[in-house]
Design a protein around this ligand. Structure first.
Ligand SMILES: NC(=O)c1ccc[n+]([C@@H]2O[C@H](COP(=O)([O-])OP(=O)(O)OC[C@H]3O[C@@H](n4cnc5c(N)ncnc54)[C@H](OP(=O)(O)O)[C@@H]3O)[C@@H](O)[C@H]2O)c1
Length: 221
């Protein structure tokens, strides 16, 4: 990273893993832009605002308010998981479409809106918070069609961005099974540990266009 503080935009930064990421990034000296409902618990934010990432207009309105002209690190963290373990016969196609819209197209929308800002960075980085459930070769659970399809699509976004923008470092990250509203109370990984690992990968990306877990372990697509 350069000598000046990195400028980092995080989606879904109001709660869960996104909020922890905002905490760890701002504690390490980054200027953090939090896209998500405002939360008084996060310290030293450069800017915060609300935007539904299913809406291009909402994302554009958010970007217009930014007090910066460059972004060094974009963390596409916002996500939904409405269909845990639901099988084919019982799934809601509306929920599947919504999940794809948030988890995959939402990340694409935000990334495109951030592109001019990333292109002004001397070391642009994009971290897409994916999931082991998006891996083609590792299928830990049945069902969850919408979520699994969305994270596989997000992984393809990582690969496509890395190909189009070789000057960027673009990673997909599996954050572990994290104790958040989504992960539930029996999840094995504390959100602060996951966020610390992800932030380390943001600071020193091990490779581009690849899939890692939050501890930097390479994962198969
Ligand atoms: N927790 C796990 O075990 C686990 C495992 C693998 C991957 N992940 C991934 O890690 C990321 C963070 O998950 P989490 O556990 O922190 O989940 P979470 O506690 O449910 O938080 C989800 C975040 O996404 C935001 N969000 C949802 N829909 C949005 C939309 N349409 N527009 C803007 N923001 C939206 C939420 O904002 P609001 O507060 O406004 O709703 C919230 O900040 C997700 O991408 C998830 O798929 C989590």
């Amino acid at each position: 990273m350069g000598s000046t503080s990195p400028i980092c935009l995080i989606t879904g930064a109001a709660r869960g893993l996104g909020r922890e990421l905002a905490e760890v990034a701002s504690s390490s000296g980054a200027a953090v832009i939090a896209m998500g409902r405002p939360h008084p618990g996060v310290r030293s934010l450069l800017f915060e605002g609300e935007a539904d990432i299913r809406s291009s207009e909402a994302v554009a309105d958010f970007m217009e308010e930014l007090p910066v002209d460059r972004i060094d690190i974009l963390i596409n963290n916002a996500g939904v998981f409405p269909d845990p373990d639901v099988g084919l016969a019982d799934l809601s196609l509306e929920a599947v479409v919504d999940t794809l819209d948030v988890n995959a197209v939402g990340a694409l929308r935000v990334t495109r809106a951030c592109l001019p800002y990333l292109l002004r960075s001397p070391y642009p980085r994009i971290l897409n918070i994916s999931s082991g459930m998006g891996s083609m070769s590792y299928a830990p659970r049945q069902g969850s069609y919408g979520y699994r399809m969305s994270k596989a699509a997000l992984n393809m976004l990582t690969s496509a961005l890395a190909t189009e923008f070789p000057q960027f470092k673009v990673l997909s990250i599996h954050p572990g099974h994290v104790r958040t509203e989504m992960g539930g109370p029996r999840a094995t990984v504390d959100s602060s540990a996951s966020a610390a690992g992800i932030w380390e990968l943001a600071r020193t990306p091990p490779a581009e266009g690849r899939f890692f877990d939050y501890q930097g372990q390479a994962l198969a697509w």
